[in-house]
Design a protein around this ligand. Structure first.
Ligand SMILES: NC(=O)c1ccc[n+]([C@@H]2O[C@H](COP(=O)([O-])OP(=O)(O)OC[C@H]3O[C@@H](n4cnc5c(N)ncnc54)[C@H](O)[C@@H]3O)[C@@H](O)[C@H]2O)c1
Length: 317
């Protein structure tokens, strides 16, 4: 569908910050939002895949692409790990475009390592970029969202959060990102704010980098082969466009997007067994009933999980 037809999802009058918008998936989000009328602050610190170094080039290049296509954008090269840098992204939105409506927390690093070589410093670095970075930028925008009674936030998870032996620090950070998003979603639900997650899949340097593949135990790829557009970041952005739009139908949920597939990812709990006299031997004896997924419930918040448990306990004499 053309992005300027009457029924297309438009962002005219809306202003977005896209972190890590200078490359890969973030670049695609920034271009997609701008193409649909949003004014965009393209943030990118421009570092290497592992998170070190900086380069003002990527953010500036994407801004130039947007402007060349007739859109409006400004570059911001702060690191999401710096709370003052996060405030500067929102300040850039306000001073250049007068408001802030959307934060796409996409910036991320990846430095693969497994046990026992993984260091506390690596865990902390991934946490700083993925978790604190998302927190810092969302926090900077939050007062604007609450005062205008409107905001859309997308955080970037990964199927890595299910657990990975070599991408352990990354996986830990992505898991925390999920809990951050769900806590923010509950915080903003009465104030016109919706917070959701995308778990992307796309052939970017985070997937194709030969050193990363070798360190992660993945088979090598021919790095000279042209990238397959069917595996490109553009296959992720349609989901982010929906989650960032006024008509976003959900809050606090996570969606896989990429390679032509869109799906919901959720956390669930089995009804389990209620038997107040169970000792450890009894727990083991009734294991099959405890893990039986029949009648499982999808949990969307801690309050929901507590309510589910209380209801089961109340219903059981
Ligand atoms: N490519 C995939 O298949 C895949 C899968 C799951 C999740 N993800 C996630 O998608 C997001 C985008 O990844 P990508 O594949 O496009 O990788 P990428 O390396 O191409 O892009 C990430 C961008 O984030 C920027 N960045 C890193 N640290 C930053 C910081 N501190 N402040 C500001 N910018 C910073 C980098 O400079 C880079 O331009 C990441 O959060 C990543 O974890 C990607």
């Amino acid at each position: 569908m053309p992005v300027n037809s009457e029924s297309s999802l438009r962002f005219d009058g809306r202003v977005a910050v896209v972190t890590g918008g200078g490359r890969g998936i973030g670049r695609s989000h920034a271009l997609a939002l701008a193409e649909r009328g949003a004014k965009v602050v393209v943030n990118d610190f421009g570092g290497a895949l592992a998170g070190d170094g900086s380069d003002s080039g990527p953010a500036a290049e994407v801004v130039a692409e947007i402007i060349a296509a007739g859109g409006e954008a400004v570059a911001n090269t702060a690191s999401v790990t710096d709370p003052a840098g996060a405030v500067s992204m929102v300040d850039d939105a306000i001073s250049n475009f007068g408001r802030i409506d959307i934060v796409i927390n996409n910036a991320g690093n990846l430095d693969p390592c497994g046990m026992p070589d993984l260091t506390p410093e690596s865990i902390a670095q991934h946490h700083d970029i993925h978790v604190l970075g998302s927190f810092n930028v969302t926090r900077a925008a939050w007062p604007h969202f609450t005062s205008q009674g409107y905001g859309r936030v997308v955080l970037t998870a990964s199927v890595g959060f299910f657990g990975h032996p070599y991408l352990m620090a990354y996986s830990v950070a992505k898991g925390a990102t999920v809990s951050l998003a769900r806590s923010l979603a509950v915080s903003g639900e009465d104030q016109g704010i919706k917070v959701n997650l995308v778990a992307p899949a796309a052939d970017t340097r985070m997937v194709t980098d030969p050193e990363l593949r070798a360190k992660s135990g993945l088979p090598p790829r021919d790095s000279s082969a042209p990238l397959n557009p069917e595996r490109g970041p553009e296959r992720v952005s349609p989901m982010v466009v929906v989650l960032a739009h006024e008509s976003c139908p959900v809050n606090g949920e996570m969606f896989a997007a990429g390679l032509g597939r869109f799906a919901k990812v959720f956390l669930a709990e089995t009804p389990g067994v209620i038997d107040r006299g169970l000792d450890a031997e009894g727990v083991l004896a009734r294991w099959d009933e405890i893990v039986d997924e029949t009648g499982y419930i999808v949990q969307v918040s801690s309050a929901g999980a507590v309510e589910f448990r209380e209801r089961l306990l109340t219903d059981t004499p």
